[in-house]
Design a protein around this ligand. Sequence first.
Ligand SMILES: *Cc1c(COP(=O)(O)O)cnc(C)c1O
Length: 351
Amino acid sequence: MNQGVLQTYREHLPISSSTPMISLGEGDTPLVRSHRMAAELGLENLYFKLEGCNPTGSFKDRGMVMAVANALERQSRTIICASTGNTSASAAAYGAHCNLSTVVLVPKGNVARGKIAQAIAYGAHILLINGSFDRALAIVRELSERHPIALVNSVNPYRIEGQKTAAFEISDALGDAPDYLCIPVGNAGNITAYWKGFKEYHELEATTHTPQMFGFQAEGAAPIVRGEIVESPETIATAIRIGNPASWRSAVEARDESGGLIDAVTDEEILAAYKLLARLEGIFCEPASAASVAGLIKSVGNGLIPRDKTVVCILTGTGLKDPDLANQIADIPLRELSAESDEVERVILSL
Ligand SMILES: *Cc1c(COP(=O)(O)O)cnc(C)c1O
């Protein structure tokens, strides 16, 4: 049975005797060896970490369980977050599980439908903000300072602690750290968390080395790559549509300490990777997740990732959250037939 990340990685987390050991079964996600894409790219050892298999469909659950456990420990009754969708889905789920009131601020018009559906189903208070994610985050930061409301965005260090457990899982599964880690970068909490996890495992001598961290932003939302705040970030990958990452500095540290890279990929490259993952591997992730694979393809192409190394791409969330997008790019017509076996047979034989 999956006992959840708090129990499994207890000794590596800020857990005391009064921390409630809550779990929705987060963590322990599959690390899947690439089948066809590795062959196409000429890579010997490529793996995908399927974070979409977490209880609410994204890696946010790893950090949320730790942040909510801490909020309970401090006797908070309300949690709040700004969200491009997945944080609100996760906060709402753990809030419901623990009988907390959950308030989510969502930038209007830029969140995938499935994610809002989750927040509604879990019973969160949803406030649509006429402004960007960055603005919504500024508001929740201010309010959580003025009121006894626990902020559960990744500026909360407990989120980072929970999320670092994915680095432990990958290292345990491979028997060592990978050589390269490819990961999408939005608010930059996750790249920060992975780097912390890999460093801690290495210090404990659970691994022989740390990976080079390759982070990827979307071209229209690439403040770290450009070295300046992007006022109006634009990308189809809404989960990384962020112009002023809260963990900017620690993302740059992860890049520099690991000898890695933070680069940009275009929406076209993201969509191509999104489609390839589904068609070549049978893995349906969300567009933001595909940025890691778009970045891998780019980095193998320009020689920055050698073909004989072990590479792990983090697929941060499931594609089911944004079904409209899959419908938009589908180039397979849906054919309507009569309910006659002759007609169906004729069509099948002509495929
Ligand atoms: C939150 C999120 C990201 C970005 O992670 P950061 O920690 O903000 O960099 C990427 N993909 C998905 C699916 C997400 O939910």
